[in-house]
Design a binder for this molecule. Structure first.
Ligand SMILES: CC(C)(COP(=O)(O)OP(=O)(O)OC[C@H]1O[C@@H](n2cnc3c(N)ncnc32)[C@H](O)[C@@H]1OP(=O)(O)O)[C@@H](O)C(=O)NCCC(=O)NCCS
Length: 151
């Protein structure tokens, strides 16, 4: 792990950081599956929150928070750079997302968790909701976590 301190923050849709995030998302979430982008992969991204974990100016982790009905934010496209995986970046970013969501008045975070990443979400206190399903050709399951009210 590099010596540069990790900092989590929001970045604007369409910014240079956003473009770096799209590249990271592609490298981590699509290319290993031999997939390109789908027609609806960027739906609602302008209305979503974009959060990143940075070392200096370098984006090393990203996720999207998409507003859903009923005080719910859906966490999407959670990706950590391969050389940074297993070092706590994902944990720091999801915890930041939870604080961010609660501070913006949302009550619940949900996600479609890849089965391969389910243990990661369980360790962060997410519960499984419903039955497994297939998305982008691989098994997923719904997960959710209720957030403390902070405002
Ligand atoms: C899944 C991912 C976001 C986790 O981020 P990370 O920075 O690697 O995770 P952390 O280092 O914070 O790990 C926290 C804990 O979860 C565990 N964990 C992380 N990824 C895991 C995985 N894929 N499967 C099982 N456990 C995992 C770690 O071992 C660690 O456990 P510990 O606290 O007992 O040591 C990241 O590995 C990643 O981008 N993976 C590829 C893409 C992906 O699967 N994204 C999620 C789509 S739903």
């Amino acid at each position: 792990m590099p010596d540069i301190k990790l900092l989590c923050r929001e970045y604007p849709f369409g910014s240079g950081d956003y473009r770096a995030a799209v590249a990271l998302r592609f490298a981590v979430l699509r290319a290993p599956l031999g997939l390109g982008w789908g027609a609806h992969d960027f739906d609602a991204e302008e209305e979503s929150f974009h959060l990143g974990a940075f070392r200096g100016d370098v984006l090393v982790g990203t996720l999207i928070l998409r507003p859903r009905e009923g005080g719910v934010l859906q966490m999407r496209q959670v990706a950590v750079a391969p050389e940074e995986q297993g070092c706590g970046v994902g944990t720091a970013l999801v915890r930041f997302a939870e604080e961010f969501a609660a501070a913006h008045g949302y009550a619940t975070l949900t996600a479609h968790a890849r089965m391969t990443a389910l243990a990661f979400y369980r360790k962060l206190g997410y519960r499984v909701e419903g039955e497994p399903f297939v998305e982008i050709g691989i098994p997923h399951v719904g997960v959710a976590k209720d957030l403390p009210v902070t405002r």
